[in-house]
Design a protein around this ligand. Structure first.
Ligand code: NAI
Ligand SMILES: O=CC(=O)O
Length: 315
């Protein structure tokens, strides 16, 4: 019987994923190490793969423990927690888990849109606080007839658009180029232009040098006092101080934030604001989606070790 490849596993995965990893590999769990430095020194040269969640940062300093590392497989679409140039310079293949969570994150983004516009979270807090007998809760706003602006029209963004259309919303988007496959969606060649044109701006794209901090004071001003921001991408895309200022001064109507600047610590400065929905990075957090992500992460590792090739390399 051939030896199972030895892998280093970082973070905590759902039980079925951990079982799959144990089934196919000889797994060294970082979280179970009594003495991490000794563990790394002992197993480093034998490790051929890393499996990781997005909560762990992997840079060149860690990769140096693994001179025979071939592949790093992350249990996430996002890969900003991996130092891609450091991996590339060591000829380490990196894979992620795109597409299997598109529908799940799109459902969630629409859920946040409804929650925000219809003020459902605030309404529930009002009821629980015993405020209802003192007067009816203020009115919310419809989705139908409003324009949804997508900053990122990829796997997830395109699914959000389909759902929003069913709610009667018009779709606009900003990207690096016009997408002829979406003739019914209005293209804006600047983010400010998109923000001006839409009522609800949803960020759903990878953080990159080009996009980090791109939702800034100018964009929020363009969104205006009747505009809502929803961020299901990464916090780094939004200028935190500009957003806080806009919410405090009501220069935008509200925001839903699923991703934070220092996860898993939420930013308490946003806690007491009205018209704000805060969630703990739940976009892809369903049992079914997590299982599919785990399967894909493991399939990438199996594809690599069988010689058949990985399914979803980070390009
Ligand atoms: N909140 C959550 O739980 C989750 C968040 N995400 C986030 O969503 C992001 C997007 O995921 P996918 O839709 O799968 O990615 P994708 O790669 O399919 O789509 C991203 C889109 O953004 C566009 N884009 C890239 N740079 C741009 C720029 N400078 N200006 C405008 N558009 C640009 C791309 O052309 C592409 O159409 C992920 O990178 C991740 O950060 C993903 C999964 C779950
Ligand atoms: O944020 C989640 C991911 O898969 O990326």
């Amino acid at each position: 019987m051939t030896e199972k490849p030895e892998i280093f596993a970082r973070g905590r995965f759902p039980d079925p994923t951990e079982e799959l990893l144990e089934q196919h590999f000889n797994v060294h769990w970082e979280r179970r190490a009594d003495d991490r430095a000794r563990m790394l020194a002992d197993i480093g040269p034998r490790i051929r793969a890393i499996a990781t969640t997005s909560a762990q940062r992997t840079g060149g300093d860690l990769l140096d423990y693994f001179p025979n590392l071939e592949i790093l497989s992350t249990f996430s679409v996002g890969y900003e927690h991996v130092d891609i140039p450091a991996a590339r310079s060591r000829k380490i293949l990196v894979t992620n888990t795109p597409d299997v969570l598109n529908e799940c994150v799109a459902d969630f983004a629409i859920g946040q849109t409804i929650m925000l516009l219809r003020r459902m979270g605030e309404g529930e807090r009002y009821l629980r606080a015993g405020q209802w007998p003192k007067g009816a809760f203020p009115l919310g706003a419809h989705l139908g007839g409003r324009t949804l602006g997508l900053y990122g029209l990829g796997g997830i963004g395109s699914r959000i658009a389909t759902r929003a259309t069913a709610f009667g919303m018009k779709i606009a988007y900003h990207g690096r180029r016009r997408r002829p496959e979406y003739p019914d969606y209005a293209y804006h060649d600047t983010l400010v232009g998109l923000a001006k044109a839409c009522d609800v701006l949803i960020a759903v794209l990878h953080p990159s040098p080009e996009t980090i901090g791109s939702i800034n004071a100018e964009v929020l001003e363009a969104l205006g006092p009747k505009g809502y921001l929803i961020n299901v991408a990464r916090a780094s895309i939004v200028d935190r101080d500009a957003l806080l200022h806009a919410l405090q001064n009501k220069t935008i109507a509200g925001a839903a934030i699923d991703v934070f600047w220092n996860e898993p610590n939420a930013d308490t400065a946003f806690f007491d604001l009205e018209r704000v929905v805060l969630t703990p990075h739940q976009g892809g957090a369903s049992v079914e989606t997590r299982a599919a992500m785990g399967r894909l992460m493991v399939d990438n590792l199996l594809g690599h070790f069988s010689g058949q090739g990985v399914l979803t390399p980070v390009s």
